[in-house]
Design a protein around this ligand. Sequence first.
Ligand code: HEC
Ligand code: HEC
Length: 387
Amino acid sequence: MSMRIRSVVCLVFLLFAGSVGIDLVKGHAQEAKIPSPTPTPRPSQNDDFGNVQVLKGVRDLLPTMHFIRASLGVRCDYCHVTELNKYRLDDKPAKLRAREMILMTRQLNETAFGGRQVITCNTCHRGSTKPVSIPKIATNFVNTTRVEPFEPPPPTLPTAEQLFAKFESASHIGRLGAARLRIEVNRAKLVDGGTPSARVLPRADRAITEAVVDGEKGTTATRLSTGQTSRVGSLGDRIWVAGANGIQWITAGDLMLSKRKINPLLILRLRQDDFASATVSGEEAINGVDAYVVNAVGKDGVAEALWFSKKDGLLLRRTYYHQTLLGPEPEQYDLTEYKSFGGIKLPVVINASYLDDQHLGVLKRLLEVKLNVLIQPADLQPPTAVR
Ligand code: HEC
Ligand code: HEC
């Protein structure tokens, strides 16, 4: 990625952080600055990082670093001196070990999996610096050798098509057209995620976003605590961000991720022709609700998983997996408190979580939903005069 695109992405990132009503906390602002490009463009792809030896050809090192960090259950400072310009230093043994591990993981994938990225740091580490080599004694089996005749047969699973259709008849989401939304946005931190005591701690001030959305198109205006209004919009094929330096256009990179930030209702869209494949892989409980899990790959090649409530067919969670150099990085949405708006059921609470601490959790609550509004093309254009 060229320097210019990088800096635009960086800017957009900051603006999106702003658009959820946050002034970057000190530590984060500093962290965000680390991988940003130096002002003078230089020829090679990695020159803005001083000491990248194995993760070459990287577009953006930060998601990969968060992938490592979360796989080992550590903070950046486990491997780095976390100060500006010191990330390149190799003075912590864990960083050197991690570099060896990157090579080892690559080699495993080359030799055993035909070069596919199957083994990742998390395959062994699972959130710990000390992988466990000893299997647990306890199992759920009645007989550890073979199935007993009295054991219940494995459940028969519905097909993905059936689950998609059930969601449609439960929600009528296919009827959703242009809408005007008033959204309360809270940046949050999930504590004890995946356990019965999981809870979300608010981390900063709440903001109100006014959005006009229609599928992949839309605009949002968020009043920041600084008194300024942050505006972002999508024309479908490109996204604009209104900032202090005027309008920035984004035409490359992960546009879908940005579109989901502009229109959180996009997460509910399940058009058969958006998917290259979709299969039901099993059952799992999401926050205590029994669900079927669908593994899917979008037409754009992005892998995702969807969880549908067994009881009412509603979509409980949708997770998109973004490719990093070492493994897939999740972008997860939990959908709760479904309510009917003019015959269409929408989740009032949409909780987004990421590995990246910059936006670890963003909790959105729909305060107002106006359906079937009229959007003129001009409504989607960036403001002409930007302060
Ligand atoms: C488990 C160890 C580990 C953790 C945790 C880790 N990193 Fe790294 N980081 C590395 C290694 C190893 C490299 C060098 C990769 C290479 O040589 O290709 C690196 C390189 C970098 C670089 C490039 C430095 C340069 O100029 O050469 C930056 C920036 C960076 N990491 C930031 C971070 C941030 C931010 C975090 C926390 C989100 C983080 N890292 C967490 C191991 C780690
Ligand atoms: C095939 C399993 C496996 C994979 C894959 C793997 N590791 Fe490890 N890693 C281990 C084991 C086992 C240890 C502990 C070895 C020991 O005790 O000496 C370890 C230790 C480490 C340590 C030292 C931890 C400490 O004690 O300070 C780091 C850092 C590390 N791994 C990073 C990584 C990173 C980064 C990746 C992904 C690029 C990775 N590992 C992938 C098995 C793995």
